[in-house]
Ligand binder design. Structure first.
Ligand code: SAJ
Length: 417
């Protein structure tokens, strides 16, 4: 059976682009969202999240009548659940959004439907979703009890797109497709092949769940290695950026870049799902999380040491976003560092973030001012480079010559002059 109508549950930074891409391939897409504001925005052909070209693709899909958002689920041939999986308490994964999404779509499910979990999930979550659906619909059979003969198929296909390149990577990346049974995998592969140019690789649900967590943990562990190196280098008076550049000339070495800590909604979260599932075994993964979480405090101490030389320290924080050339300030170590410098009253704090027009209340309430690059370079005696935005990389090196600088991104070695 071919897929004609797709329902995407959760129109966030993964769900909305996914919905728009399916719509652009000629499928009828129903987006289900709990936020009425988001529903209205999307139905007006607009977007509520910032992602290059997304506005254009959504506008096209809505105007062509292929994409529609709603608060209440409607019948469809396939349901893709793309809701958040945050953690709660002691770094324990919070599956309540997945449970709510499952219970929400259960009443409209029918024989032959496919349900896909796209949300990053701990091992076992896809089977758990199948349980929740089965509880809500005892009249239908599901793969966790009925195997290959189930009425409804359930699979996990983790998203792996990079914020800032979502539309491109949605199509070009390979996809891991893990069904609860081989038939579930087969059905899910048919669906993804409608939009994906990369390869769809078949596996089971548990392996697909752990694969996604492993990808982000791999990156976290490698960034932790770089961050640990940066503190060793400071102690031994070696430039870590030059060190990384040199070691990476070895054909089998690829050290990542140190930074002010790890931000974003994935890499700093997902490794905890592994730690929570196997606390005795996941020693290195836990340690990497701790090293990366400690890095912002290390940076604040560096700033304090330099700023203390001045009678009236004026500290400019260059960059607040969680990485270069985006405006996303959530889960950003740069935000934490800027706030902590003000909280510890190390000096007057100026924040430079060319991608935003006003500071979040969290910083304003600490007396931090949003400043332009030029004003900050004029007024500050201490500079902490937290993000390597393109506009900073273009600055002439001499602008920093008379300042005390903590460079968490190795920006100075990339400047001209
Ligand atoms: N960072 C460093 N040093 C580096 C690389 C990154 O300090 O060498 C920092 C960044 O500054 C940032 C954080 O790590 O604070 C994360 O940035 P990122 O660009 O590495 O990744 P995200 O969080 O934007 O997206 C990741 C991606 N995962 C991988 O690359 C393995 C993306 O493909 C996933 O889809 C996404 O997580 C997700 O949703 O899980």
């Amino acid at each position: 059976m071919t897929f004609k109508t797709i329902s995407v549950v959760g129109l966030g930074y993964i769900g909305l682009p996914t919905a728009a891409v399916f719509a652009s391939r000629g499928l009828d897409v129903i987006g289900v969202e709990v936020s009425e504001k988001a529903v209205n925005t999307i139905n007006a052909g607009k977007v509520h999240i910032v992602e290059p070209d997304l506005d254009m693709v959504v506008r096209g899909a809505v105007h062509a009548g292929r994409l529609r958002a709603t608060l209440t689920p409607e019948p469809a041939d396939a349901f893709m659940v793309a809701v958040p999986t945050p953690f709660k308490g002691d770094n324990e994964p919070d599956l309540s959004y997945i449970e709510a999404a499952g219970k929400n779509i259960a009443p409209v499910l029918k024989k032959g439907d496919l349900v896909i979990l796209e949300s990053t999930s701990p091992v076992g979550a896809t089977e758990q979703l199948s349980h929740w659906l089965g509880e809500a619909r005892p009249d239908l059979s599901f793969p966790h009890t009925q195997g290959e003969d189930a009425d409804v198929q359930v699979a996990h296909c983790p998203e792996r797109v990079l914020p800032g390149k979502v539309l491109q990577e949605l199509v070009s990346n390979d996809r891991i497709i893990g069904g609860l049974t081989p038939y579930c995998t087969e059905r899910a592969t048919e669906l993804y092949e409608l939009i994906v140019a990369g390869e769809c690789i078949a596996t089971n649900a548990r392996t697909a769940e752990l694969a996604k967590l492993t990808e982000n943990s791999f990156r976290d562990v490698n960034i932790a290695f770089a961050n640990e190196l940066s503190t060793i280098c400071d102690q031994l008076d070696v430039n870590v950026w030059e060190l990384v550049r040199l070691t990476n000339r070895h054909p089998r070495v690829n050290v990542l870049n140190p930074g002010p800590g790890v931000g974003g909604h994935c890499i700093a979260v997902d490794p905890w799902f592994i730690v929570h599932s196997a606390p005795e075994k996941a020693k290195m993964i836990r340690l990497a999380r701790e090293i990366n979480n400690d890095k912002p405090y290390y940076v604040v101490n560096q700033v304090r040491e330099l700023a203390d030389q001045f009678k009236k320290p004026v500290i400019a924080c260059f960059g607040l976003a969680f990485k270069a050339d985006i405006d996303d300030l959530r889960e950003s170590p740069a935000m934490d560092i800027c706030e902590e410098i003000a909280e510890q009253e190390i000096g007057e704090v100026l924040a430079v973030e060319p991608n935003i027009s006003e500071l979040p209340e969290r910083l304003l309430s600490k007396g931090i001012e949003l400043s332009s690059v030029n004003e900050a370079l004029e007024r500050a005696n201490t500079i902490v480079i937290l993000v390597d935005h393109k506009s900073f990389v273009r600055l002439p090196k001499e602008k920093f010559a008379a300042k005390m600088v903590v460079d968490t991104r190795g920006l100075l070695s990339r400047l001209n002059g």
